[in-house]
Ligand binder design. Structure first.
Ligand code: GLC
Ligand code: CA
Length: 562
């Protein structure tokens, strides 16, 4: 068996900041760079080693910064380039790394390139985007946008359609154009030369389009839109070129947002011998619990399915690739609302999920707020929602004649805004996020109970538990590089797995049920005694003995076997 190569980004802990909602440093109700700078000590104290910032570039904010109008300027609401430079220094002096979001599948329609492209078909920038003539007076094919409706927008003055896989204010870039690629590489060097430590690459598997632009039967394609659009014929070529021209020249990390990435094709993108990307965020577990055809419709999910996903991914990446482990981000409901028990067993289930996050093989990624147990938020009217995806969906369903109340109920479970409410720092005004009269999106009213200040005082808080887990991961390399073996694949309530290397054999046991369970370990590892290293309950029911355990609801524990 080949040895896994040791790397700083495998050993680290990543923390995702959604800048709009993290901390408002100037009292206008919107989070900003100054706010993030104020909170670097908090992150360092937690043990974070890498920070990933969702986009902070100039943007008209049709999709909260994922529509960029200038890649080399800072969004005015977030501050100045000087604020950025200070943030970078502040991060580095605390021995943390800073990772930027790289959104290069599309730009904003306000980007200079697109504005130039609009001026004339002869503009050199025209070909930076994807234009097609109408077919039978309509769009060139049946491609749909991720945010609803057609992926083609008609542009009157030229009589052509342009492609936008996301909002119509996010035209897709044409990666076939070599000059465009060089412009992107140049921009990447601009940030790397400043000293940033890596990129999280937004929807990167979408950059190469099928040259024939065929219509698809999306319902029949595994993975739907992403299955159809991702891994186009030149994707690997582009990533290898980018690697050769940019990535390989710096000590940096690259992590791809893996839309359309499945265990079967993952290594082709992150395999060590590929010279493309370092790691990938896959979506398989995030797509659980929602309908395949309509992501806003919540469906039941079962633990064996969840385990199977992580087992298969671990096997697929093996010793020659690497993944990022996450349970929440800015595009999903809150982790505890989705996988945990956000009422009765909130504390235990949040700690159980954290245990999982830090004990799988792959770089753990915390989404801001999950470390204090922030939850979904029920907005009572559509006007409180800000996310373009949720707003478009609501509009579309209203037009189809559905009941507002029913649509709101779906948003409550699945809207991306659940994860975008402001970070809850204290029990005071707006949860300590901002001094403004109003914040850009409402603060979750549970801030009076769930907030950083309270969590720091309480030795039993979720936050303290995260801190210990992070410390444990740093001191026990078995948790980073050790093999992963799922020993209870079929059980619907218990997840138990082994992490092992030459030094240790660790057992992780997680009770996903909201009731007390008796649990027998399968044959080969009945050895006793097992030494607990960490548990989420201060008073577990009884010590494991003779292979039988009694587990409290949502009990989680890490044990050394030998
Ligand atoms: C990614 C981002 C998401 C954004 C989309 C378009 O999925 O995470 O927030 O809307 O790309 O850029
Ligand atoms: Ca602000």
């Amino acid at each position: 068996m080949d040895q896994i190569k040791k790397e700083w980004w495998k050993e680290g802990v990543l923390y995702q900041i959604y800048p709009r909602s993290f901390k408002d440093g100037n009292g206008d109700g919107v989070g900003d760079l100054k706010g993030i700078l104020e909170k670097l000590d908090y992150l360092q104290d937690l043990g974070i080693t890498m920070i990933w910032l969702s986009p902070i570039y100039q943007s008209p904010n049709d999709d909260n910064g994922y529509d960029i109008s200038d890649y080399e300027a800072i969004m005015e609401e977030f501050g100045t380039m000087k604020d950025f430079d200070l943030l970078l220094i502040g991060t580095h002096v605390r021995e943390m790394k800073l990772i930027m979001d790289l959104v290069v599948n599309h730009t904003s329609d306000q980007h200079r390139w697109f504005q130039e492209a609009l001026k004339s078909k002869d503009s050199p920038y025209r070909d930076y985007y994807i234009w097609k003539s109408p077919i039978d007076g309509g769009p060139p094919n049946n491609w749909k946008s991720y945010f609803g409706g057609s992926a083609w927008e008609y542009e009157k003055s030229s009589g052509e359609y342009y492609l936008h896989l996301f909002s119509k204010k996010q035209p897709d870039l044409n990666w076939e154009n070599e000059k465009l690629r060089q412009d992107i590489y140049k921009m990447m060097r601009f940030w790397l030369d400043k000293g940033v430590d890596g990129f999280r690459m937004d929807v990167i598997p979408l950059i190469s389009k099928q040259p024939e632009f065929p219509s698809y039967k999306f319902e029949e394609i595994p993975g739907g839109l992403s299955g159809a659009y991702s891994f186009g014929p030149r994707m690997h070529e582009y990533l290898q070129e980018m690697n050769k021209e940019v990535l390989s020249k710096y000590d940096m990390v690259s992590v791809g947002e893996g839309v359309g990435v499945v265990p079967e094709n993952a290594l082709s993108m992150v395999g060590e011998d590929r010279n493309e990307l370092n790691m990938v965020f896959h979506f398989d577990h995030m797509h659980m619990g929602r309908d395949d055809q309509d992501k806003f419709v919540t469906v039941e999910w079962e633990l064996p399915e969840f385990k199977k996903i992580f087992r298969e991914w671990d096997q697929a990446l093996g010793n020659s690739g690497w993944g990022a482990i996450y349970l929440g981000n800015h595009d999903s409901p809150r982790m505890i609302s989705k996988y945990g028990h956000s009422e009765g067993f909130k504390l235990a289930s949040a700690k159980l999920l954290a245990t999982l996050l830090f004990t799988m093989r792959g770089t753990p990624c915390i989404y801001n707020g999950d470390e204090i147990g922030m939850t979904n938020l029920k907005f009572s009217d559509i006007n409180s929602y800000k996310d373009i995806e949720s707003l478009n969906y609501y509009q579309e369903k209203i037009e189809e004649g559905e009941e507002p109340q029913e649509i709101l109920e779906r948003l409550y479970h699945q809207s991306r805004d659940n994860a975008r409410t402001p970070m809850q720092w204290s029990p005071f005004k707006h949860g300590g996020f901002s001094d403004a009269a109003e914040t850009w999106i409402k603060v979750n009213p549970n801030f009076s109970r769930i907030n950083v200040e309270q969590s720091q005082k309480d030795q039993r808080s979720i936050l303290q538990y995260y801190k210990k887990l992070i410390e444990l991961r740093k001191t026990l390399p078995t948790l980073v590089y050790g093999g992963y073996e799922d020993i209870y694949p079929q059980d619907k309530e218990i997840h138990a797995f082994i992490r092992h290397d030459d030094d240790y054999k660790l057992l992780v046991v997680l009770n996903f049920a909201d009731r007390i369970l008796r649990f027998h370990l399968p044959g080969p590892i009945k050895e006793y005694p097992w030494k607990p290293i960490m548990r989420n309950y201060f008073e577990p029911l009884i010590q494991p003995s003779l292979g039988e355990w009694v587990l409290k609801p949502y009990e989680a524990g890490i044990y050394v076997l030998d």
